[in-house]
Write a protein that binds this ligand. Structure first.
Ligand code: IMP
Ligand code: MG
Length: 184
């Protein structure tokens, strides 16, 4: 392992948490049609694992967003690189994020789902950096709350590296992490 990485959650801890979240979601949405919307690229691996643990039928869609401006400012501009394809009018939607930081991205997406006439919108995130929140986000399912550290692995990157790590690690001694730059 690279010396600048310090494991925060190993593969087993992640697997356990994903199964637990999926159990709760399957229970809560029993008998309903659920659309999972995965926020690329960071949530890709989480969404893949989470969806395979669900015991209810789901439809899967993906969005890819870009965010510009300072990470500290809640009004960062979000642009859509790949939009929602599925017709979500009247449907229950669950937004799947890998990490919620300021909350800006997911807030944008909640609004977009509302505009498209979704009947209900909930949010699941594996990681929650709650102390960095600038926008009030209703997080319905939270894997782990983490402090204000920069993490990589299990989908999360630093300049597109480390996404394939099976664990989540804190990236140390990197003064140019990309949380304010081009996202997922
Ligand atoms: P926000 O909630 O709009 O501020 O942005 C969340 C996005 O920023 C996430 O989906 C990640 O792509 C990225 N991000 C924030 N914190 C981290 C981190 O610690 N590691 C990797 N990506 C991060
Ligand atoms: Mg990134």
């Amino acid at each position: 392992m690279e010396e600048n990485l310090e494991i925060l959650f190993d593969a087993q801890a992640i697997e356990q948490k994903v199964a637990e979240l999926a159990g709760r979601i399957s229970q809560d949405y029993a008998g309903k049609d659920l659309v999972l919307i995965c926020i690329l690229k960071g949530a890709a691996i989480f969404a893949a694992d989470l969806s395979r643990h669900l015991t209810i039928p789901v439809t899967l869609d993906f969005v890819h967003l870009s965010s510009y401006g300072s990470a500290m400012v809640s009004s960062r501009t979000v642009t859509v690189k790949k939009d929602i394809d599925i017709d979500i009018r009247g449907k229950q939607v669950l937004l799947v994020d890998g990490i919620i930081d300021t909350g800006n991205t997911v807030t944008f997406l909640i609004e977009r789902c509302r505009e498209r006439g979704s009947a209900g919108i909930k949010v699941v995130t594996l990681l929650d950096k709650h102390s960095r929140r600038t926008a009030a986000v209703p997080v319905d399912y939270r894997g782990f709350e983490i402090p204000d550290v920069f993490v990589v692995g299990y989908g999360m990157d630093c300049r597109e590296k480390y996404r394939n790590l099976p664990y989540i690690a804190v990236l140390k001694n990197d003064f140019d992490t990309d949380r304010g730059g081009s996202m997922p």
